[in-house]
Design a protein. Structure first.
Length: 360
């Protein structure tokens, strides 16, 4: 059990301005005192906690007092690529795995400096770095404070997934109550009422998300997604284009091409799949892929995808709806068993490690 009884005192100099305010508002002195008292009853089995309350209610003071060795203030980012800002002892594989685990799955963004990332990307970058550090507990202040609330909710869900798969414990500290049901904490301490609630052992269900798919007539919308694609910014105008919205916000792009084959005439291949960074890490990519796949399977087409994205490969390998047809470095630039011997691929997969999957 973590008990705290904190008295925070601040005494200012009696400057002309301070004296003027004391006189004008009939303040009693130039000294202010705040008192925070309560207890946080922690077991050994929790993974995620939340300290939440209004501004000025003592969140940061309490978090620093109880978890001072784990409290994150601000990381230093000074390199031209955030990859080079990650801990020196980490391999490139360690770093990319951490990025993917928190839903920061856009390799083009990994090459950027921290200063130009979106607020959502910055939060996920900070969390990935926290996971890579050697501390076993992460206390993350100002959690989602500068994010759009829809983005904050999706980000919270992605982050809790990453933490529960890691060996870390995570405490979010913030003033927004709406993240609780998405972060699904094992305990919550509310600094407004100085009350502690444990949810260990209780079933945690993800809140309902409005996920809708539309077929797009205007294919130029690809421009909105192009810079986030991990390999190629071009798009074949012959492809059928589908958009996904999450809580009524555009979040994903998927396009499908007919695959020329000397023997098999009914293969459709995913041409481009992009989930915008703010919506990554919550499983929307595989959901989008599956929903479009149902459309083509119902029309008696085979439905396939070739990808080099580690997070997508991992998700497809876990899924019982997909079978892996080929994995490795394709010297000829083809895409495995889904192509004939003499076919010419336009996937630019030559000398890349790719995985080709077909929907069952």
């Amino acid at each position: 059990m973590q008990n705290f009884d904190i008295i925070k005192t601040n005494k200012t100099d009696l400057t002309f301005r301070v004296s003027s305010i004391i006189g004008k508002f009939d303040l009693q002195s130039n000294e202010t005192t705040e008192h925070f008292k309560g207890q946080i009853d922690l077991s050994n089995n929790w993974k995620i906690g939340l300290i939440v309350g209004k501004s000025g209610s003592g969140k940061t003071t309490i978090a620093k007092q109880l978890f001072k060795n784990s409290y994150i203030t601000k990381f230093e980012y000074k390199n031209k690529s955030i990859l080079d800002d990650m801990p020196k002892w980490c391999s490139v594989s360690d770093i990319t795995n951490a990025f993917n685990s928190v839903g920061f799955s856009s390799p083009p963004s990994w090459l950027k400096p921290y200063s130009v990332l979106s607020n959502g990307e910055k939060m996920r970058c900070d969390l990935a770095r926290s996971i890579l550090e050697k501390n076993k507990m992460i206390v993350f202040d100002e959690f989602t404070s500068v994010l759009d609330r829809n983005v904050a909710k999706i980000g919270s869900f992605a982050i809790q997934k990453a933490i529960r798969k890691s060996d870390k414990k995570f405490i979010a500290v913030g003033c927004h109550y709406d993240v609780e049901e998405w972060l699904m904490p094992d305990w919550v301490f509310n600094t407004d009422t100085m009350t502690f609630h444990s949810f260990e052992g209780q079933k945690k269900n993800r809140p309902e998300i409005k996920f809708n798919i539309y077929k797009a007539k205007d294919k130029s919308i690809w421009k909105m997604f192009a810079k986030h694609h991990y390999l190629n910014h071009t798009h074949n105008n012959a492809a059928h284009v589908y958009l996904a919205t999450i809580n009524n916000e555009i979040a994903g792009f998927l396009s499908v091409l007919h695959l020329p084959h000397p023997h098999v005439k009914n293969i459709k291949k995913v041409h481009r799949l992009v989930i915008l960074p703010d919506y990554q890490g919550a499983g929307f990519g595989i959901k989008f892929l599956n929903e479009i796949g149902k459309i083509y399977k119902n029309e008696n087409y085979r439905y396939s995808i070739v990808t080099s994205a580690p997070s997508l490969i991992y998700a497809l390998k876990k899924s019982n709806k997909w079978m892996c047809k080929n994995f490795g470095r394709l010297k000829g630039g083809g895409s495995g068993l889904l192509h004939g011997k003499n076919s010419k691929s336009t996937s630019n997969s030559k000398n890349r490690i790719t995985a080709s999957f077909e929907m069952k």
